[in-house]
Design a binder for this molecule. Structure first.
Ligand SMILES: [Zn+2]
Length: 378
């Protein structure tokens, strides 16, 4: 079983990079780094005594784009202002290669920093036509073109062992943001309706497939309006409710098909395997249809959820654990969890994220790795 640390480039690409990687690879038993190459905005409180203690970034891409990949595209990659000079990702790639550590590059599919603000015409739109301030729509050909180019560029420049896709979903996610205000409390069904994208590209794609997109929108409007006026939340679980609304269900299914077809094109564009990180909104994608993403990462918050990771239908399953799993009194849980994951056939564990992992915690990781090796070989 492999062990990856998920990191933002500013947490690894500094003068201590070499010694840190020596320790991670040689002593702790980490097999690779997963480094954000294109991320959403982030505000991170860092565990180590480094400056700044709170790192703020509006996101974007953390490498110098190779222009030829983006020629002919209207939407262009937005380079993070953190990247003033130099090429930290190249530095990390070289340091990993010389220590036989795997390097994975992590790309946000729909929430790359500032893209939705700069290109509102490419944003997801909810049923009322409001554009997202966070998400561009992966159903839109221009957004697809930019993501394909970004992944091809990264594969060419850094030869990662895998391309990890996060936020690979279509949806008006603003309903989940802290800024979102709405009178009545919304239930799972109302959230599903509010998140469903009705941008021009999604509507067109549905209509081309013979789906009554205006009908799907009317269904969503009717249900949501009832809740907004009466404050009564639909009691059924969203899957059950949706199965009684076939037009809207087929409209949403079409979006999953669009994503699956994009995944196949991404697999062709990259010179490495695609790994799909199942951020909560991406759940529902791991159908047999998406088997092209040969690997799926399931985020695990509680040990009871471990079983979910082997039910994705993907040929290869991995898990992602928040950093606190490895910290303080919870350490023994991690030491117990890793062998259990290996027994279930989980191929890799990613710890999220390196910047929040204090150095002392690496000892716990080391123990967990040794215990797992002993258990697996016994
Ligand atoms: Zn859309």
């Amino acid at each position: 079983m492999q062990l990856f640390l998920l990191a933002y480039p500013w947490d690894v690409a500094d003068e201590t990079l070499g010694p840190r990687l020596d320790r991670l690879a040689g002593e702790v038993g980490v097999t690779g780094l997963s480094v954000w190459a294109a991320s959403p905005p982030v505000v991170a409180l860092r565990a180590r005594e480094v400056t700044p203690r709170v790192f703020q970034s509006r996101g974007g891409v953390f490498f110098q784009p190779g222009d030829r990949h983006y020629a002919g595209l209207r939407a262009q990659p937005i380079v993070s202002t953190w990247l003033r000079a130099g090429d930290p990702l190249k530095q990390v790639a070289q340091a990993c290669a010389s220590r036989t550590l795997e390097l994975r590059t992590v790309v946000s599919g729909s929430a790359m920093g500032r893209l939705a603000e700069r290109y509102p015409e490419l944003s997801c739109r909810n049923l009322f036509g409001a554009e997202s301030q966070q998400r561009t729509c992966l159903g839109n050909a221009e957004v697809q073109g930019l993501l394909l180019a970004t992944c091809a560029d990264l594969s060419t420049q850094f030869s990662p062992s895998a391309m990890v896709l996060a936020d690979f979903a279509i949806g008006w996610s603003d309903a989940r943001s802290d800024a979102f205000r709405c009178g009545p409390v919304l239930g799972p069904v109302e959230h599903l309706l509010l998140v469903t994208c009705f941008c021009g590209a999604c509507v067109r794609s549905a209509e081309e497939a013979g789906i009554d997109a205006p009908g799907a929108r009317r269904t969503a409007m009717r249900q949501l309006q009832t809740t907004l006026e009466q404050g009564t939340v639909e009691a059924k679980p969203s899957d059950e409710w949706l199965s009684g609304e076939p037009v809207l269900a087929s409209y949403r299914r079409r979006q999953v098909q669009v994503l699956n077809s994009l995944l196949r094109r991404l697999a062709d564009a990259c010179r490495c395997p695609i790994v799909l990180d199942m951020t909560p909104e991406a759940t529902g994608l791991a159908s047999p249809e998406s088997a092209v993403a040969a690997t799926v990462i399931t985020p695990i918050e509680r040990s009871e959820q471990l079983g979910l990771a082997v039910k994705t239908g993907a040929p290869r399953n991995e898990i992602r654990l928040p950093a606190w799993w490895a910290m303080g009194s919870r350490g023994p849980q991690l030491v117990g969890l890793l062998p259990e994951a290996a027994r279930l056939g989980i191929a890799a564990v990613t710890i999220d994220d390196y910047g929040a992992v204090p150095d002392a915690t690496l000892n716990t990781l080391k123990q967990a790795v040794r215990f797992t090796r002993r258990t697996v070989s016994a």
